[in-house]
Design a protein around this ligand. Structure first.
Ligand code: NAI
Ligand code: MG
Length: 354
């Protein structure tokens, strides 16, 4: 029995996570779920995003399945630093994995691109860079107020992230793009480039390219078919994967895994999108990103056949045109759930022998 901690969180997180749980429940696996009502409402009641011993509680689980965190009632830096970032840091979830793939039946904004032409895997460094939290403010409120935010780059973090990305590339199309800005940034991204090159030397079968982040943004739009695995810093990975989600057709499709690769704690699986206050509560939210994230969780937990089944069900439902409003369709969240469950129950979706 594997145990999953479930944190639906805020806004549409509470609408899409139940769909993921229904899909997971339909697979006949020995999974057990415990739900935790943490997030901005919890903050409103208690002044904390999660209980003081929240991280200790989560440490006992095999994985964490999360919806979205954030609501207009709480400043975003408070909600982010009160729940998501402590989880990522404490459990050393040093890789943020984000697949970007065109789905059948979904019209993305790139003209003339078919599924199969766009299949990228982003490996985002998840512990440091511009998200380190090092810095401070002085002369608060005065005209001379100063804010210092110091990006931190360590050889260790770059090394292990690059290694993970190269291992992924070796199992895919054997090509890696390392995203950098080592022309303007003379220290951090120069170290990044050096360390990536050192690690890459151990993977002679993988072709490694170094591309500046601005050029990479353009290439994702103009020549996405040339991109296989991408390794990027925390900030660059964050920005480029939102572009990736847009290329897919909607942020509501994008999935992610925060991997504790060395097993220091549970890994966490969540859609890329936030709590979407503008559409929350209406039953329109696209649950595909959350369901796809559940598939990434299955993969991580060793249920490879089931993960493939879930991805195939997503493809099938999109092919059938059961799409939510963000994709130009008319289906509700519940209708997508029903279509997913039907696809999983169809004869073609064989239970795996794992
Ligand atoms: P957002 O991702 O919540 O929404 C951006 C746009 O995408 C909105 O127009 C929204 O309606 C749409 N959208 C998002 N998810 C969708 C879905 N499943 N189906 C259909 N449309 C969807 O980003 P925003 O508005 O910048 O942030 C809202 C809140 O979420 C903030 O408090 C923010 O801090 C938080 N947030 C949390 C994240 C997380 O938990 N990992 C990630 C990003 C934002
Ligand atoms: Mg983001």
């Amino acid at each position: 029995m594997q145990r999953i901690a479930v944190i639906p969180g805020d806004g549409v997180g509470k609408e899409v996570v139940p769909v993921g749980l229904e899909v997971l429940g339909a697979l006949g696996l020995a999974l057990e779920f415990d739900q935790f009502p943490w997030g901005c409402e919890h903050y409103g009641r208690t002044g904390r995003m999660m209980p003081e011993d929240g991280l200790k509680t989560l440490a006992r689980y095999d994985a964490i399945y999360l919806g979205a965190i954030g609501w207009p009632s709480v400043p975003d830096h408070v909600s982010l630093w009160g729940l998501l970032l402590p989880i990522r840091k404490t459990f050393d979830q040093y890789v943020n994995l984000r697949p970007v793939r065109l789905l059948p039946g979904v019209r993305g904004p790139l003209a003339g691109r078919d599924p199969g032409e766009v299949d990228m895997l982003f490996v985002r460094e998840n512990t440091e860079g511009e998200y380190s939290g090092a810095g401070g403010r002085v002369h608060a409120g005065a005209a001379a107020e100063v804010a210092v935010e110091v990006p931190i780059f360590t050889r260790r973090a770059i090394e292990r992230c690059a290694r993970y990305a190269l291992e992924q590339a070796r199992q895919r199309r054997r090509s890696l793009v390392s995203v950098t800005k080592s022309n303007a940034s003379r220290y951090a991204y120069v170290l990044w480039d050096e360390v990536v090159a050192e690690v890459a030397a151990g993977f002679p079968e993988v072709r490694v390219e170094r591309v500046h982040v601005d050029a990479m943004a353009a290439r994702m739009v103009l020549r996405p078919e040339t991109i296989d695995v991408v390794v990027a810093s925390n900030l660059f990975g964050d920005i480029l994967t939102d572009l990736g989600a847009a290329i897919q057709g909607s942020l509501g499709l994008a999935a992610s895994a925060n991997l504790s690769v060395d097993g220091l704690g549970p890994s966490m699986f969540e859609p890329v999108h936030g709590s979407a206050p503008d559409i929350a509560g209406r039953g329109w939210a696209n649950p595909v990103g959350a369901v796809w994230s559940a598939a990434l969780m299955l993969q991580h937990l060793g249920h490879l056949g089931s993960a493939k089944r879930v991805e195939a069900a997503i493809d099938e439902v999109c092919r059938q045109g059961v799409l939510t409003l963000d994709l130009g369709g008319r289906a509700s969240t519940t209708e997508v759930q029903q279509a997913l469950l039907a696809a999983l129950a169809a004869p073609g979706s064989r239970p795996s022998s794992e």
